[in-house]
Design a protein around this ligand. Sequence first.
Ligand code: MN
Length: 227
Amino acid sequence: MELIIPAPTTPTLPIAGTDARFPVRRVYCIGRNYAAHAIEMGHDPDREPPFFFQKNPDNLDPSGTFPYPVKSNDVHHEVELAVALKQGGTNIPVEEALEHVFGYAVALDMTRRDLQAVAKKAGRPWDTAKAFESSAPIGPLVSADEIGHMDEGTIELLVNGEQRQIGNLNQMIWKTAEMISYLSEYFTLAAGDVILTGTPSGVAAVQKGDTLEAKIADLEPLFVQVT
Ligand code: MN
């Protein structure tokens, strides 16, 4: 087959302990999945149905640097557990959902909070706030075979060595299996899909020159330099 332009490359993520890489198909992100963060953003923490937005596969950035984006003066960190799928489907039952997980990684859902506030007020989509270049720094994936399924453990973010965000994975309003099941009712999930599972409270602005250290349970910490 002749392609009229060069084919875009498939973004891939590193996997701890191997040279093999994980190819990314789609990126789904859940909003307000920790009660304390819902409250800090001015929302009711009750278990209303989950809602999702998407980032682009090539927004995932394992480089360890975060170039401060254009068009914003208020870019926030959100530390999140990333879940990578090795198989997909539709209408996946909750009790079978974790069988679809390849593994887990530490990630950041970087957010242009000023643009998000404008979009929220106008009832518009969040894409410019969420789905920009390098907006999802991510560490190496660790397979579930190795680390098990991660339903509890400390999730923490430090900026220049000072703690900004702290929570526990067991505080997620919607658990990983429930998110996979719910998403699979609305989309056809597939191998290569990545889900960012929400952030605990303490989100705040980053500045050029900051060093971010994101830590989740036994996963290797993710260091990101804001440039
Ligand atoms: Mn988020």
